[in-house]
Write a protein that binds this ligand. Structure first.
Ligand SMILES: C[S@@+](CC[C@H](N)C(=O)[O-])C[C@H]1O[C@@H](n2cnc3c(N)ncnc32)[C@H](O)[C@@H]1O
Length: 314
């Protein structure tokens, strides 16, 4: 595994993220039910593309749910699993060392299946225009400067290379956010998530063309509100601000939040909503490029239309 270092300023924030995910690495697999499903969705969407793919980056690869699928889909490509957390990449190792060839109906040991690289999405250790495909499953919500990340993705992608990603939208964890708002209106306890349109704008600003975005809502259900929190902790998705404020928060407010969350109970179950934003865009030689776009260069089309469009791509 190779290690690279982010600039000092940026590290302060990302140090938290790194710590949370490293801490959660052993428990991640069991709790990351949604991440696994969404990785499958990305794989299904890749089925619709006919991209000539020789070099792939899976950024924020975690334990390799998606990387494993990329290896199977593009067995002849060079695939790299990139993550800020070495511990997550260590958990990913069994997946990265084996390639699944469906036609053989088995897992085959393949020493070049994928290479793990401990690096930051803001500073990818790759040459300009050296990558055909970048995927990223549920990592971008941890990046507070989307412009910087997209600029970096654009730098390493070759022109006409593809970025395909998922991230969380503003309705994610809306029940938990509202419960906290009632219990402790002074503090923000749940991360804020960026709107799909703002993500599309950031793509255009940073040299991507023909962005296509859509949203899928998932509701996970639990017996108790504590179940939601336990799962979030198990996957490392703790609010970066929360740790610092925990001392002041106190048991009473926490209990009040759990009580407020109870009001969302439906059919005996506690819901946790996740708004998953699916997006893809092509690295464009110039910022505004491609058909079907409005003034902002932004395009929204159905999955069916997306399928037709991507099948036309080389
Ligand atoms: C929710 S997990 C998703 C992991 C994996 N893609 C999956 O679908 O299971 C987010 C991952 O992104 C990584 N991550 C967060 N910020 C990152 C950054 N700036 N650069 C690289 N990886 C990052 C975390 O360490 C974590 O492993």
């Amino acid at each position: 595994m190779t290690e690279t270092h982010a600039p000092q300023q940026a590290q302060i924030n990302r140090q938290h993220i790194k710590q949370h995910f490293s801490h959660a690495a052993p428990s991640y697999e069991e709790a990351a039910v949604l991440q696994k499903i969404v990785a499958e969705r990305i794989d299904e969407r890749l089925e619709l593309t006919t991209l000539n793919t020789q070099t792939i980056l899976d950024v924020g690869a975690g334990t390799g749910f998606l990387t494993e699928k990329l290896i199977a889909r593009y067995p002849h490509a060079k695939t790299f699993a990139i993550d800020l957390s070495i511990s997550m990449l260590q958990q990913a190792q069994p997946r990265l060392q084996t390639a699944r060839f469906p036609w053989l109906g088995t897992k085959v040991l393949c020493k070049t299946a994928a290479t793990a690289i401990n690096a930051d999405a803001y500073q990818l250790p790759f040459a300009n225009q050296s990558i055909d495909l970048i995927t990223s499953n549920l990592m971008l919500q941890w990046c507070d400067d989307l412009d910087a990340v997209f600029q970096e993705f654009r730098r390493v992608l070759r022109p006409e290379g593809l970025l395909m990603f998922t991230t969380f939208g503003p309705d994610t964890l809306k029940e938990l956010r509202q419960a906290w708002k009632q219990a402790d209106p002074e503090q923000e306890h749940v991360n804020q998530f960026i709107d799909m349109h703002d993500i599309g704008d950031a793509l255009i600003r940073n040299g991507f063309g023909q962005p296509v975005m859509d949203v899928e809502l998932f509701t996970l259900t639990y017996d108790q509100p504590m179940g939601v929190l336990k799962d979030l902790k198990a996957i490392g998705a703790t609010n970066a601000n929360q740790q610092r404020k925990q001392g002041l928060m106190g048991k009473t407010r926490f209990q009040a939040m759990l009580t407020a969350y109870e009001t969302f109970r439906q059919n005996t179950k506690i819901p946790a909503t996740y708004e998953v934003i699916h997006g893809h865009a092509w690295a464009a030689p110039e910022h505004m490029k491609g058909p079907n776009r409005n003034k902002t260069g932004y395009v929204e089309i159905s999955l069916e239309a997306f399928s037709k469009q991507t099948k036309l791509k080389k």
